[in-house]
Design a binder for this molecule. Structure first.
Ligand SMILES: [Zn+2]
Ligand SMILES: [Zn+2]
Length: 250
């Protein structure tokens, strides 16, 4: 697959003193997409069709609400609701005995046995309400950034390898995304050396963070009251970011 190189934003994010440059990039991308879906450009017919069908996950619906653009949000939720209503009319279970899974689901091998009509319906609704245009776009954006990172590492442009070794590493979800990209685009000899670099960087930084959160917990003991926090004061936020790939406001 072809990806676009985006060296400037990637370098800028790597230069920030943070637990994961991709979390920073992700947050910026998310802000852009939240604005986009509440702006006039999202009102074109093609985007509206996509919006009606897919909608947003619970997290992004909540974030759209916080953008305070009720008129646009009203318009898109109205037609999205109509799409859900059509879907429900077609799929609502009639009750009673168990139902065979739909043919399309059988083909995908999703069900090996009969499930009840209510269970099939509930599964469909659950899957549908987790789909999200913003999550999809963020995922594609992060692929461009992890591609760029592998490219910079491969070419060692402007001493990128050494620079990366001195960062604070990555959160777990973005570390995973980076390894998958490396597997996709690097030769196996390069992969070996890239994985070794990432492993060492991550190990060092998980140990550093573990020490910080340890001191954070010790600070609540009376005998440590007057001792300095050092870098531990917001360690709990950074541990959560490291584990979840989400920046939390603090
Ligand atoms: Zn991250
Ligand atoms: Zn989402």
């Amino acid at each position: 697959m072809k990806y676009k190189l985006e060296t400037i934003p990637v370098w800028d994010a790597f230069k920030e003193d943070c637990e994961c440059p991709f979390c920073q990039l992700q947050e910026k991308a998310e802000k852009r997409y939240l604005k986009y879906y509440l702006g006039n450009s999202a009102m074109n017919p093609e985007t509206r069709v996509e919006l009606n069908k897919t909608g947003f996950c619970p997290e992004h619906f909540s974030k759209l609400l916080l953008e305070r653009s009720p008129q646009h949000l009203g318009l898109i939720t109205h037609t999205h609701l109509q799409d859900w209503m059509d879907d429900r009319r077609k799929r609502f279970p009639s009750g009673g005995k168990g139902a065979d899974p739909a043919e399309s689901e059988k083909k995908k091998g999703l069900f090996s046995r009969k499930i009840s009509a209510a269970a099939a319906y509930s599964r469909h609704c659950g899957q549908r309400s987790r789909r999200c245009l913003i999550c999809d776009r963020i995922e594609r954006t992060i692929k461009r950034y992890t591609f760029t990172t592998c490219y910079l590492w491969k070419r060692d442009e402007e001493g990128f390898r050494e620079f990366m070794k001195n960062t604070k590493g990555f959160c777990i979800p973005h570390e995973n995304a980076l390894l998958l990209m490396a597997e996709e685009i690097l030769k196996s000899s390069e992969q070996e050396s890239f994985y070794a670099d990432v492993k060492e960087l991550q190990q060092k930084n998980f140990e550093r963070l573990e020490e910080e959160i340890n001191w954070f917990t010790q600070k609540f003991k009376a005998e440590n009251n007057s001792k300095p926090w050092g870098s531990s004061e917001d360690a709990h936020y950074r541990v959560i970011q490291k584990l979840t790939g989400r920046l939390t406001p603090h």
